[in-house]
Design a binder for this molecule. Structure first.
Ligand SMILES: Cc1ncc(COP(=O)(O)O)c(C=O)c1O
Length: 461
């Protein structure tokens, strides 16, 4: 008999953002196949992929065009290095990303995850300022927003603002300054105080995803750009979550006509197929690294699988699908449908607030006793009803593939509404703790999922 994969999982695996003590008590869902917007488990049951396999799937699973592109690439070469060599897929993809990205971003540096895309942007900003010399060389610190999330490597954690995820590592982190999310006056205050030591400001444009789908007020991103220009600091936009159509446009930056100095992309870049990330930079930053080798202006950074040919082939096919399937045009009525269906969900007594920007949705159940694990209970109920979702604490997140059908989308919202009703015990509304303001940022709690927090009294590391 072949070994039982569930037993092997329990005996040997260590899952990300997971309290293993709880994990081994529950029945894990083993995904063995997928089709379109649905995942299929080892028993043949189907589930709507309500969070796009952690916010990355775009055109569905087993997409004909992406599958074919990967097979073709496999017949050529699966991997060759970008250190000292190049390949056509990486070059073509770079050119297409430059064309799609906000104006002025002309160079593409590859890596494999959202964390590395932001890590690279931070290192580039730091080294660029150093190499400018004079008073710029003192610009060695960063401004980030409270409740921000930019990944799990030490640099990206340094600019993170979610206490549970990040505070343990504080002794390892570099110094940063925190500004209030969505508050341009506060950003200005921080910049004015620390003006001469700031290399860059890093933001998640429009939506702070891991904070619980926290929405910035209109005009904030534009104001952040203007402040960066006024204080002579770089703007890094982390579009790892918001990029590739999630907010309704290819990139969230477009909605406020903002071009950052550095742009971080990952997740949806390969359509949700393979690990691929890109950090795009302006020509001005790129040129700051040019010089004779002995000048030591080189960017000494690069991973083994940087710009992997298979991943680039998937990304190119993903971009083709955006064009051929008119993904963004066809998304707009689905965004409206989603908004309509969420309206009545928002009226449920168990729901405190619904936050939506395009296909990014946070259904906030309010602050409850963490031991209830309300968001987790909703996810388990949804699973029973045929949808896979993953909450952020007591914020139920919906972020389906852009290619989901209208029928599946409507079903997903229905499943979530039923699951909330079922998971919330009687008296749950009255038992809400704290008085967090609507739309307030969230903080994380022990099971790795953030919950709304009343007074985020967190100082940057
Ligand atoms: C805005 C943002 N930046 C960075 C990351 C990290 O990406 P990855 O998990 O690919 O390292 C995430 C992940 O959710 C994210 O939402």
């Amino acid at each position: 008999m072949p070994p039982d994969p569930i037993q092997l999982d329990r005996d040997h695996l260590w899952h990300p953002f997971t309290q293993q003590q709880d994990w081994v008590e529950e029945e894990p869902l083993m995904i063995v196949a997928a089709e379109g917007s649905q995942l299929i488990d080892s028993e043949g049951r189907r589930y709507i992929d309500g969070v796009s396999s952690l916010w990355c799937n775009v055109h569905g699973h087993r997409h004909t065009g992406i599958d074919a592109a990967l097979r073709e690439q496999l017949d050529r070469v699966a991997h060759s290095t970008m250190l000292g060599l190049s390949h056509p897929g990486a070059a073509e993809l770079a050119a297409r990303l430059v064309e799609l990205a906000p104006p002025g971003l002309s160079r593409v540096f590859y890596s494999e995850s959202g964390s590395t895309a932001t890590e690279i942007a931070l290192k580039m900003a730091f080294q660029y300022q150093r190499q400018r010399g004079g008073q710029h060389a003192r610009r060695s610190s960063f401004v980030h927003l409270r409740d921000s999330y930019h990944g799990d490597t030490i640099g990206s954690v340094s600019v993170g603002g979610i206490d549970l995820f990040h505070s343990t590592y504080r002794p390892l982190l570099f110094r940063t300054h925190a500004a209030e999310p969505g508050d341009a006056a506060d950003l200005e205050r921080v910049l004015a105080v620390h003006e001469e030591e700031i290399a860059a400001v890093i933001v998640e444009p429009l939506v702070q995803g891991a904070a619980g789908m926290l929405l910035h007020p209109p005009g904030y991103l534009r104001a952040a750009r203007e402040l960066c220009d006024r204080y002579g600091v770089l703007l890094i936009c982390d579009e790892v979550a918001t990029g590739f159509g999630r907010t309704g446009t290819m990139f969230a930056c477009e909605q406020e006509d903002v071009a950052p100095d550095l742009l971080c992309l990952a997740k949806g870049l390969s359509g949700g197929y393979l690990p691929l990330a890109a950090t795009l930079s302006s020509e001005r930053i790129y040129e700051g690294f040019l010089g004779a080798p002995q000048e030591r202006r080189t960017f000494f950074h690069g991973h083994t699988y940087t710009g992997n040919p298979l991943a680039c082939a998937a990304a190119l096919a993903n971009l083709d699908a955006f064009e051929q399937e008119e993904t963004l045009a066809r998304l707009q009525p689905k965004i409206e449908l989603l908004a309509e269906r969420l309206e009545w969900l928002a009226a449920m007594p168990e729901v405190r607030e619904v936050r939506q920007r395009g296909f990014m949705v946070g259904i906030d159940l309010g602050e409850h006793d963490p031991d209830l694990r309300l968001g987790h209970r909703v996810a388990l109920e949804a699973r029973r009803r045929g949808a896979v979702i993953r909450p952020l604490g007591d914020v139920v997140v919906l972020m389906p593939p852009l290619a989901i059908s209208e029928l599946e989308l409507a079903r997903l919202v229905d499943v979530v509404a039923e699951s909330i009703e079922e998971a919330c015990p009687a008296g749950i509304v009255a038992s809400r703790t704290g008085g967090a303001e609507l739309g307030s940022p969230s903080a994380a709690r022990e099971d790795g999922d953030p919950v709304p927090m009343t007074s985020p009294a967190r100082e940057a590391a």
